[in-house]
Design a protein around this ligand. Structure first.
Ligand SMILES: CC(C)(COP(=O)(O)OP(=O)(O)OC[C@H]1O[C@@H](n2cnc3c(N)ncnc32)[C@H](O)[C@@H]1OP(=O)(O)O)[C@@H](O)C(=O)NCCC(=O)NCCS
Length: 218
């Protein structure tokens, strides 16, 4: 992983901070990222039953590369016990409740799975929470952290060609399509057509710096 000139990133970090959108907390069992409605943190063993309850859903598994189906508490325990290294991210997505509780609603990762050349984003949200902007909010935070703090230059993500909701999340993060190819599906025990997208640092910086529109009076 190459280390870029950080001066531009430091300026951007202050823009992100000014917007009050992200709070990074260390250490709390690793990295914790807070967004307006969510807390992203490392999963722990005690989360396993809650994770299994929402991940045991064919509508989730059929859109992911390797999520087991059916998905049991043991699968969640195994996932929680895998360590991410410093160039990767692995988060349980928790919803902040008005009574102070934080409910697990999904997961998001950035890693080099299957020998990927680029850090690759993966995510799922429990079906009761779909279409409320949570995947996009979590992905924005993971992407910001990847460029601001992990020094990545380019990120990758793939989705099945039939996955309109994920494609929309990917578009709302600024990724651009680079290829159509076949990807492995554990659910179907087959390869399925997928679209692959990338987001480079310059594009992300440009999107983050997009100024608010000011209309002149008169
Ligand atoms: C894909 C997934 C993560 C999206 O999570 P989410 O929290 O609902 O996503 P968001 O609310 O941030 O954004 C969803 C967008 O897709 C749109 N959408 C929903 N269903 C759609 C469909 N069938 N076709 C096109 N767009 C769709 C929503 O309207 C929304 O766009 P908008 O904000 O412009 O209105 C969730 O559906 C999921 O977990 N699916 C199963 C697992 C999966 O597909 N993971 C991604 C693998 S690449």
């Amino acid at each position: 992983m190459s280390r870029p000139d950080r001066s531009g990133s430091e300026e951007l970090e202050s823009i992100v901070g000014e917007a009050g959108e992200r709070a990074l907390v260390r250490p709390f069992h690793g990295l914790v990222i807070e967004t307006r409605r969510l807390v992203l943190r490392a999963p722990v063993a005690i989360d396993a039953p809650a994770i299994a309850e929402i991940a045991d859903n064919a509508r989730i598994a059929q859109n992911l590369t390797s999520l087991p189906h059916p998905y049991r508490t043991d699968d969640a325990l195994a996932w929680a016990s895998e360590l991410a290294d410093d160039s990767e991210q692995k988060h349980l997505i928790c919803l902040k409740r008005s009574d102070g509780r934080r409910t697990p609603i999904g997961a998001i990762t950035l890693d080099f799975r299957r020998g990927a050349r680029l850090p690759t984003l993966g995510y799922w949200i429990g079906e009761p929470w779909w279409d409320r902007g949570f995947a996009t909010e979590a992905a924005h935070a993971v992407i910001d952290y990847a460029f601001l703090h992990q020094g990545h230059e380019r990120l990758s993500v793939s989705c099945r060609v039939t996955n309109g909701a994920s494609r929309r999340v990917i578009e709302k993060c600024g990724f651009q399509m680079v290829a159509q190819e076949l990807g492995h599906s554990a659910f179907f025990q087959a390869v399925v057509p997928v679209d692959r997208f990338q987001l480079d640092r310059r594009t992300w910086e440009s999107l983050r710096r997009w100024e608010p529109l000011r209309l002149a009076k008169g």
